[in-house]
Design a protein around this ligand. Structure first.
Ligand SMILES: [Zn+2]
Length: 121
């Protein structure tokens, strides 16, 4: 192999790995969103709307997707339409109340929150 290519690859190794990781996470995001919507029968879990072809439906994260532990956990997803998703982002108290009911109780909500925020060693 040309030594300059080899040294380029070595010096850019972490960047290459970062890109590869981003692509993998993105693929998992898409797969996760698909599974959440399928489980919820392509229906907004807040208002019951069922748009044609699932248009405008989002797979919303109950605990923010910035928490890696639960980012791709099916139980951390909830199908919402654009309107309901926007409303819950603008009204965090309503969001907690809604998701607590969605998950089936405060204990379930708390367990998910702890799982999301758990620091893995
Ligand atoms: Zn809705």
């Amino acid at each position: 192999m040309f030594p300059q290519i080899r040294s380029w690859r070595i010096s850019h190794y972490s960047e290459i790995m970062d890109v590869a990781k981003k692509i993998r996470v993105r693929k998992d995001d898409i797969e996760w969103a698909k599974k959440v919507k399928e489980r919820d029968h392509f229906t907004c879990q807040r208002c019951g709307s069922r748009p044609l072809n699932g248009r405008g439906l989002h797979a919303a994260h109950i605990m923010s997707r910035r928490y890696k532990n639960t980012r791709h956990e099916l139980g951390n997803g909830c199908t919402l339409d654009f309107g309901c998703h926007s409303f819950l982002h603008a009204n965090p108290h309503d969001a907690i109340e809604f998701f607590t009911r969605f998950l089936g109780g405060a204990d379930k909500y708390e367990a998910l929150r702890l799982r999301a925020q758990e620091v893995k060693k």
